[in-house]
Each structure stands twice: as structure tokens, then as C-alpha cells.
Design a protein around this ligand. Structure first.
Ligand code: PLP
Length: 385
């Protein structure tokens, strides 16, 4: 075990009070704690005597597990991993971005106590933001579209958010521009209100640059050949890509988008999309256009059936239930990227959220059939009557 250096411990554990600090150092010195994990993680202690601790729920955002997949995919070839962002406290990787966006707005003195915060969201950003606003006592207004899953909508309300559903499609066939109009009218109504635009937000990207990416890097000691991320606002993929370009330029970044999305250049043209969170009906400014080609090595467009099928495969082979966009990342990693890499290469798919949010939508046989989406793993299930 490496010698214990109290200063190093403290630097890596910024959220702890004195009593916890002493316990940790004592535990590490007594050999009861895994020093390596302690030094890289602030609250996921694997030692025998430690529990996770935070002064508020916001202190336990991030530090999600990376899990090796041993049955999903071929037994030969590269080693596959999944980064489980569903383990964030409000259930998705957007918790990281929501926290950072609010903190940055506070630092810039843009947020007055008790003010209204407005976000346009397909679901997860809203839920993350609702958690943060509950802790900090801001009134959140979530502008959502009719595709939001009923479970997500209920969660938003439970956290105290006000949900405004926008039904009118904009000229691109999506809802984003209509949501922006509603945001403007809310701002006119509440002078202290701020609109946080996750599509054009350095904080969204920074959250992943400064936490998600280094967590992946440290978990595999920097030995990562491929990261597969999903394209939405661009916050997660671009934050991670920027970090890896700086720290591990040999890591290939694969980006997955759904047919019908306008998020990326050279897109497949506008169309209806089914996987909440993936794609966009605008091209977000978060994608660093001048350097996009340097950040992203491969772009893959997927159809929802294959992604949902991969999500079900993952649940049944590894016990990991992720949503359709996690299925998209897993599908591209296993079926498209993996055959192009070698034995011993580490591939990582970022799974944005948990599949339980979508039991009545993406994973529901009737919902799928009504949309002509065929998912063999669901449609060919035997029904025992
Ligand atoms: C389930 C899900 N997958 C993927 C994404 C895309 O991530 P990003 O917005 O960071 O590009 C989101 C974003 O909302 C999401 O909620």
C-alpha cells in the first residue's frame, strides 16, 4: 500500500468534515480502506468501515461506477465497460450538469435567492435541475414536450418543479423553438427569472470535463482505447472528448446520434426521434464546431429498435438496466466499434440513465408497435397465459 499522506487525502476529499477526515486517515493507515480508491474518489468508499457521506445530496453527485461487461458481447476481442450514470442521485448524468450550471450562475450573481429557473428539457436535465433547485430553494419551471415519459414528469412534480408541456411543433419538426418562446414569455412575467440553456452552456460541458472524464480515466489508469457517448446537447460528449484530447489523445471518441436529429453536421435530415435525450432539432453551440473533427473520431446514426434491443440484452446479460440512449451507446460499442479493435483494448460506453424511467414507453410492447419499432428482445418474448 502506498504511504499515507494526509495532505493528499484531504485534497482529494473536499467535502468531508474534520471527524470524517480523521476516520478516513485512521482507516487508511490501519489498512481497512483501499487507498487507491480513496485517493481518486471523494465518496464511493469501498473500505469496510466507511459509508458515503455528503453535507447535502449535491455532494454525492458524480463518482459513478465503471463496470466491466463480461457477458454482453463477444468473449474474444476488446474488453467492454459501462459507466453507470444512473447511479447519480437524481438518476442521470444530467445531475452533474445541472449542479454545475446552477453553481456557475450563482457565482456570476445571476441568481437571486428564491428566483425562478427555467430550463427546456427532454426529462433528465429537468430532474437533475429539480433536485438542485429543491436543495437551493429556487422555483424551477421545466419546459417539456409531449414525448417526456410519464414517470419523468411525475418525478419533476415530486421535486417541486412546475411542468409546462409544449405541444406545438416548430418549423424543424421538433419542439425546441416553441419551448424557447415560452421561456421568453416566462422571463417577461418574472423579472428575476433566468433561462439556463443546456444547449449553449460551457458549464454543461465543464461538468463532464472536470468529473465524468477524469473518473473514467482514473478507473482504468488512463488505458482507454474507445469512449462511446451519445449526442444530445453535446455537454457530455464534448466535455469528455476535450478531456481525452488533452490527457489521452490516442483514445477514440465515438459519437452516437439518432436518425432524424439535426444535432451534428452532415446529419441525416430532420425526422421524428424516439429516444429521449438523444439528438436535437437544432445544432447546439456546445459542439465546438471549429475543432469538432479533432474531438470526434466517428459518428454513427442509429435506429431506435437496435438501441432498445441492446438495452434489453444488457439487462439480461449483465443485470444493467439502462434507457434507450444507453442502449444506443452499448449497441455501437459492441456491434460497430468492438469488431474494429483488438484483444486487450478497453472500450467504455457512457450509459446516461436508468431504464426504469421508460417501462411505459421505450420498453413497452404496445408503445413500440404503435410506432412501428421492432425490438426482437421484446416482441419475441414468450407470453405465459
Ligand atoms: C437519456 C439521455 N441520453 C443522452 C443525452 C445526451 O447527452 P448530452 O445532452 O450531454 O449530449 C441526454 C441528455 O439529456 C439524456 O437525457
Amino acid at each position: 500500500m502506498a504511504p499515507i499522506d494526509r495532505l493528499t487525502v484531504m485534497a482529494s476529499l473536499p467535502i468531508l468534515d474534520k471527524r470524517m477526515e480523521n476516520l478516513i486517515v485512521a482507516g487508511a493507515e490501519a489498512g481497512e480502506l483501499d487507498w487507491h480508491i480513496l485517493s481518486s474518489r471523494s465518496h464511493h468508499f469501498t473500505g469496510s468501515s466507511m459509508q458515503s457521506f455528503g453535507n447535502s445530496i449535491l455532494d454525492v453527485v458524480g463518482n459513478t461506477p465503471l463496470v466491466r461487461l463480461s457477458r454482453f458481447g463477444s468473449k474474444v476481442g476488446p474488453t467492454l465497460h459501462a459507466k453507470l450514470e444512473s447511479m447519480n442521485p437524481a438518476g442521470s448524468m444530467k445531475d452533474r450538469a445541472a449542479k454545475r450550471m446552477i453553481e456557475d450562475a450563482e457565482k456570476a450573481h445571476d441568481l437571486k435567492p428564491g428566483a425562478q429557473v427555467i430550463v427546456a428539457t427532454s426529462g433528465n436535465m429537468g430532474v437533475g435541475m429539480a433536485m438542485v433547485c429543491a436543495v437551493k430553494q429556487y422555483q424551477l419551471y421545466c419546459l417539456v414536450d409531449p414525448k417526456i415519459s410519464p414517470a419523468t414528469e411525475k418525478c419533476l412534480k415530486l421535486y417541486g418543479a412546475k411542468v409546462i408541456k409544449v405541444y406545438q411543433r416548430d418549423k424543424t419538426g421538433g419542439y425546441h423553438l416553441t419551448r424557447l418562446e415560452v421561456a421568453e414569455s416566462l422571463k417577461a412575467q418574472y423579472p428575476d427569472a433566468i433561462y439556463l440553456d443546456q444547449y449553449d452552456s460551457p458549464a454543461n460541458m465543464d461538468a463532464h470535463y472536470s468529473s465524468t472524464a477524469p473518473e473514467i480515466y482514473e478507473a482504468l489508469d488512463g488505458d482507454i482505447r474507445v469512449i462511446v457517448a451519445v449526442a444530445g446537447t453535446g455537454g457530455s460528449s464534448m466535455g469528455i472528448a476535450r478531456y481525452f484530447r488533452e490527457h489521452s489523445p490516442e483514445t477514440d471518441i465515438w459519437l452516437v446520434d439518432e436518425y432524424g436529429s439535426l444535432a451534428l453536421p452532415g446529419n441525416s435530415g430532420v425526422g421524428i426521434r424516439y429516444l429521449n435525450g438523444m439528438g436535437a432539432s437544432i445544432t447546439p453551440n456546445n459542439y465546438d464546431w471549429p475543432s469538432f473533427d479533432q474531438f470526434v473520431d466517428h459518428v454513427v446514426y442509429v435506429n431506435p429498435g437496435r438501441c432498445i434491443n441492446a438495452a434489453v440484452d444488457l439487462a439480461r446479460s449483465e443485470g444493467i438496466l439502462t434507457g434507450g440512449t444507453g442502449g444506443a451507446a452499448a449497441h455501437v460499442m459492441r456491434d460497430i466499434a468492438a469488431p474494429q479493435y483488438s484483444e486487450g483494448d478497453n472500450l467504455v460506453a457512457l450509459l446516461p440513465d436508468h431504464g426504469s424511467r421508460y417501462t411505459d414507453t421505450q420498453f413497452d410492447e404496445e408503445w413500440l408497435t404503435a410506432r412501428d419499432i421492432f425490438v426482437p428482445a421484446i416482441h419475441s418474448d414468450e407470453v405465459v397465459k
